[in-house]
Design a protein around this ligand. Structure first.
Ligand code: CAA
Length: 288
């Protein structure tokens, strides 16, 4: 990407979009963030402020730097305000129809011919997003991990039509500006990490569902026995059960392997609105 003063746009200010906006601003970029309405924009802004305060409390940023980071981020509701961006990172909900419509609209409004459209999708084929636009060579997957300010990885996912120049530009941003480690995946549902992680998370849900062991024992098994930072049910709650379900469905649709099929317990919990940390309850209760 060009000099660090060029603005970057982020679409969606949920768990992932807010984290992506924060790391861009911490790297010195001006960031324009888009949300669907004023309520979502307010919640997104509050999420960014809480995360920056946390970084200040833990001494990663001083007060003045925290203020500068927040000053570089503008959260609004007018998609047209993103027209001058050289890069848009889409981090809307994991819904193919929503994302393809957004890519179609962004493609039509971006003013720069060289503007890149990246998606933080965890599982939707980049080709489907690319072909929703007239610039598929400038459409690429740029997949961050939650919590974005903490986890060091970014997956770069070119479709069959993405140019090498686009891959180079986003890899440079992720590696040299944001300090992340980049891995490159083919455009297959789940990319590298979720194709490995999600069947493991679903196995944890199946183990609980069948009465094999309790949630606490399943999680303690992987934390204490394998030195994972969290067990599979705790991690599913962190990711969001709706997102785990959406990724599982994309993997199942792509590969038709039973191990990717979301178990009934996960489906019922999502129907019930038990989405994990973000809703206050999932496999564990966070309201208390
Ligand atoms: N935002 C910003 N910083 C955060 C944070 C957040 N949400 N959560 C934790 N941190 C920071 C803390 O400030 C702390 O920093 P310092 O050490 O500098 O103080 C550090 O991370 C450790 O935090 P805690 O001490 O509070 O808690 P912890 O040691 O239990 O770590 C964790 C919490 C970082 C979430 C850790 O448990 C972890 O890494 N878990 C695994 C997360 C994981 O696997 N994520 C990938 C999910 S898959 C995905 O994202 C892709 C997808 O498509 C679904």
């Amino acid at each position: 990407m060009s000099p660090s003063s060029s603005p970057v746009a982020v679409v969606g200010c949920g768990l992932m979009g807010s984290g992506i906006a924060e790391v861009l601003a911490r790297a010195g970029r001006s960031v324009l963030v888009h949300e669907v309405d004023a309520g979502a924009a307010g919640r997104g802004r509050a999420r960014i402020e809480a995360s920056v305060s946390r970084a200040v409390r833990s001494g990663k940023l001083d007060e003045a730097q925290g203020g500068e980071v927040l000053g570089r981020i503008e959260v609004g509701t007018d998609l047209d305000a993103l027209a001058s961006a050289e890069l848009v990172i889409e981090a809307a909900s994991e819904d193919e129809a929503v994302k393809t419509e957004l890519f179609r609209r962004l493609d039509a409004l971006l003013l720069r011919d060289d503007a890149v459209l990246a998606s933080n999708t965890s599982s939707i084929p980049i080709m489907k997003l690319g072909t929703a636009t007239k610039r598929p060579e400038q459409v690429v997957g740029l997949h961050f991990f939650n919590p974005v300010p903490v986890l060091a990885l970014v997956e770069v996912v070119p479709s069959l039509l993405t140019s090498e120049d686009t891959v180079k530009r986003v890899s440079h941003l992720a590696e040299d500006e944001l300090g992340k480690t980049v891995i490159r995946s083919q455009d297959r549902a789940g990319f590298i990490v979720n194709a490995l992680l999600v069947p493991y998370l679903l196995s944890g849900v199946r183990m609980l569902e069948s009465g094999f062991a309790s949630a606490r024992d399943i999680d303690a098994g992987m934390v204490k026995g394998c030195a994972h930072p969290m067990g599979p049910l705790q991690l599913s709650d962190l990711i969001g059960l709706d997102t785990v379900k959406a990724i599982a469905e994309s993997l199942y649709a792509e590969f038709k392997e039973p191990l990717y099929s979301p178990p009934p317990m996960l489906l019922r919990m999502v129907d019930a609105g038990l989405l994990g940390r973000k809703s206050g309850r999932g496999f564990y209760d966070y309201a208390r």
